[in-house]
Design a protein around this ligand. Structure first.
Ligand code: PMT
Length: 325
């Protein structure tokens, strides 16, 4: 078999795997509402709308996907991600004038909430003369900032928050966002910080009811989740600026794996991070080389997302310029 035929064969296999993933996934609840919301948001923020709003739109994915083990799910496999990276990055993209579709795992970190306590309702508020409540003095600044900045972004139509839980929901939603975003051409960014499951139980082979422990040790075969990066790049939004992430716990293999992903999936950038140092440092891997980005408290840079998004915005501007030549 020559190389051309071999590549065609591999591509056909990936397409079949992707098709079979989507056709066997349980359909999204409210998929019509979902599509309408997304379309409206993109139209409002598109160049063509001419409403003076920002013409750059980024889809930030955040948090980990779950893999249910039962259709009436009692148990599931989870992917690690607090959602901090996605939430903080969303704030910086908004600051830089982007409209943001924040596709996040239910219950993970939200934009503008990083300085609130973990249990904001119980810890930020106190009872005064019942039935009134008020914000505790020590949290009032943080609460005011979170409410007003979030409110401004949502009311101005610049922030659309869409929650997912399972791998089935996440990938269907990503596709339903990516296809209309392709209308934005090079002005669209995909910033794929979500930790996406690599293995799953296909819906039709999943137990319907709670798996019984009385049956003894559990043997389960997990199928591989097809990597959607290639189809996102090639079919869903071919002109978009695509940034994927590479997370490893072994720093020795991190940069090599990020480089492979950059080429294999034709990403514009891969952000490489190691689990234990992910809040201090990331390395941006591009076809021009590697750029380390560090949090630098001494220089007043509170988090790594601030310089990271600045660099992405610069590179995205260059991408738009070169696409318009
Ligand atoms: O949320 P925090 O606690 O702040 O942590 C941030 C983070 C460490 C989760 C984040 O910075 C990060 O690295 N996210 C990606 C983690 C991950 O899933 O890496 P991966 O090597 O498994 O996947 C690489 C890329 O392929 C990802 O961009 C993912 O969107 C994509 N992918 C993965 C699996 C799959 N089946 N299809 C995909 O498209």
């Amino acid at each position: 078999m020559d190389l051309g035929n071999k590549l065609e064969g591999t591509r056909a296999t990936i397409e079949t795997e992707i098709e079979s993933f989507f056709s066997s996934a349980p359909p999204l609840n409210n998929s019509l509402d979902f599509s309408e919301q997304v379309d409206k948001f993109i139209r409002r923020n598109s160049v063509a709308s001419g409403n003076g709003g920002p013409s750059r739109v980024v889809c930030v994915t955040s948090g980990g996907t779950t893999v249910p083990l039962e259709q009436r799910c009692v148990r599931y496999i989870d992917n690690f991600s607090s959602g901090h990276r996605g939430a903080a990055s969303t704030e910086y993209f908004l600051k830089a004038g982007y409209a943001v579709i924040f596709l996040y795992r239910r219950g993970t970190c939200q934009p503008y909430c990083s300085s609130l306590p973990d249990d904001p309702l119980l810890e930020c508020f106190e009872l005064t003369d019942e039935p009134n409540i008020q914000v505790r003095q020590e949290h009032s600044e943080a609460v005011k900032r979170a409410i007003s900045e979030n409110h401004a972004a949502v009311v101005e139509g610049l922030l659309l928050k869409l929650p997912f839980t399972t791998i089935f929901e996440y990938l269907q939603m990503l596709r339903m966002i990516a296809i209309p975003m392709s209308n934005l051409g090079p002005n669209a960014i995909f910033y794929l910080a979500a930790a996406v499951s690599d293995f799953y139980v296909p819906w039709q082979s999943m137990a319907e009811h709670k798996i019984q422990s009385a049956s003894g040790p559990l043997n389960m075969q997990l199928a591989q989740v097809p990597k959607m990066l290639s189809v996102l790049r090639r079919d869903w939004a071919p002109m978009a600026f695509c940034i994927s992430f590479k997370l490893e716990t072994d720093s020795k293999i991190l940069l090599e794996k990020a480089g492979v992903a950059l080429k294999k999936y034709k990403m514009n950038m891969v952000v490489a991070n190691e689990l234990s140092s992910r809040k201090e440092e990331v390395v941006i891997v591009t076809s021009d080389g590697q750029i380390p980005v560090r949090r630098n408290k001494a220089a007043g840079v509170d988090d790594v997302e601030n310089p990271l998004i600045q660099l992405i915005v610069e590179r995205h501007s260059a991408h738009i310029e070169s696409s318009n030549l």
